[in-house]
Design a binder for this molecule. Structure first.
Ligand SMILES: C=C1C[C@]23C[C@@]1(O)CC[C@H]2[C@]1(C)CCC[C@@](C)(C(=O)O)[C@H]1[C@@H]3C(=O)O
Ligand SMILES: O=C(O)CCC(=O)C(=O)O
Ligand SMILES: [Fe+2]
Length: 382
């Protein structure tokens, strides 16, 4: 068996043994000449990819926060236009130390280079987002994404707010991983600050005032998702992350500077969102679409992979506190009837982890599931 990353797939009793880890059959997929059928996405390229980059505004969030007045007004205009159309913009002036951003991308690279047995010590806990996963091979049987992921939570309204991420790494991987945990801790805290500043602009743009959305998410929980996309022998037959809208409220994405991969669907074409050095990509998620009563669009996006180059991305998801009811403010339901039922983030998180593979229609499927009574499963476990 070659050395290198391996895909961990459930043991198939009939299969000859390929070596096992923790009761799983281990197959080294990343280094084969052809991709297994389970990784083939038949419709991956049904719609064309364009070379024309997405026209996403670049918002100077720092100026908007400092300057008020014109700078805030400019940011409000940019954000309102982007969120009413494709739901994505980029932010600069966010104040995140470039050295921290670099250290966090390097830290993620360091984690994914660890031996499989070490990574499996933090294997994703079924039914939760938290932990390490390979191609989600423990959850899905087809359309497997060409990636490894590591996800963990952060909450800063908690007595352990300044060490919850460090504690996760040290307790699950050992004290040697405390420094790595500290880098991710600092990064998550920085991302939370930036996302609350963005919430001020979003609230102003919706006409509910700077503090409404900020206050709604101040005690929110966050999920950090590190993505590692290995080079792929057949990049046109698979996807790194399939077409979807993020279920959370807001996503702040840091991409490897040199390697693009993120694409947004606009007018029937997949348009690249190329990494701008120093900028963070921000997209609206399903929870914010519901909070805005459908005013702002949950961004429909995906990630493609490459034959020769690996790619990493860090997705920081801002979510409400688990038990806070997501319900639009009255100002957004006067002219428009309610688009979605009340729900909590805990409900939507459970829906995506236990009943439904998040895709381009998660919010509508979730609303139906809630209407049918959460005890029923939607039968969409694709
Ligand atoms: C609530 C979530 C589910 C996913 C992680 C996330 O925290 C936000 C993004 C979701 C996801 C990336 C959307 C595409 C499908 C998915 C299965 C994936 O490719 O990873 C989704 C994540 C998940 O682990 O369910
Ligand atoms: O890797 C990317 O560029 C996108 C990842 C993504 O959409 C996600 O993790 O939700
Ligand atoms: Fe996403």
């Amino acid at each position: 068996m070659e050395v290198g990353s391996r895909v961990v797939v459930p043991v198939a009793p009939a299969d000859e043994s390929h070596g096992e880890e923790n009761g799983y059959r281990v197959v080294d997929v990343w280094h084969q000449r052809k991709i297994p059928d389970s990784f083939v996405w038949p419709l991956a390229h049904a719609l064309p990819s364009s070379d024309m980059e997405l026209d996403a505004p670049v918002v100077d969030i720092g100026a908007a926060m400092r300057g008020g007045g014109d700078a805030l007004g400019r940011a409000v205009e940019q954000v309102a236009a982007a969120c009413a159309s494709h739901g994505l913009f980029q932010v600069t002036g966010h104040g995140v130390d470039p050295a921290l951003a670099r250290a966090t991308l390097d830290g993620a690279a360091e984690f994914f280079l660890l031996p499989l047995a070490t990574k499996l010590r933090v294997r994703r806990t079924p039914g939760t987002v938290t932990g390490y996963a390979v191609a989600h091979a423990d959850r899905f049987a087809e359309n497997l994404p060409w990636k490894e992921t590591l996800s963990f939570g952060h909450r800063d309204d908690h007595p352990t707010a300044n060490s919850d991420v460090v504690d996760y790494f040290a307790s699950s991987l050992g004290s040697d991983f405390k420094p790595l945990g500290e880098v991710f801790q600092d990064y998550c805290q920085s991302m939370k600050e930036v996302s609350l500043a963005i919430m001020e602009v979003l609230g102003q743009s919706l006409g509910v005032g700077r503090s409404y959305c900020r206050d709604f998410f101040t005690d929110g929980c966050c999920t950090m998702r590190c993505n590692y996309y290995p080079p792929c022998p057949e990049p046109d037959r698979t996807l790194g992350t399939g077409p979807h809208c993020d279920p959370a409220a807001l996503t702040l994405l840091l991409q490897d500077d040199a390697v693009d991969g993120l694409q947004v669907l606009v007018d029937g074409e997949w348009r690249p969102v190329r990494p701008k050095p120093g900028a963070l990509v921000v997209n609206i998620g399903d929870t914010f679409t519901a909070l805005s009563n459908g005013r702002y669009k949950s961004c429909l996006h995906r990630a493609v992979v490459h034959r020769e180059r690996e790619r990493r991305s860090l997705a920081f998801f801002l979510c409400p506190r688990d038990d806070r009811v997501v319900r639009p403010p009255p100002r957004l339901t006067q002219a428009q009837p309610r688009r979605y039922p009340d729900f909590t983030w805990a409900d939507l998180k459970r829906f995506t982890q236990c009943h439904y593979r998040a895709d381009t229609r998660t919010l509508d499927a979730f609303a139906r599931w809630l209407g049918d009574g959460p005890s029923t499963s939607p039968g969409a476990g694709n």
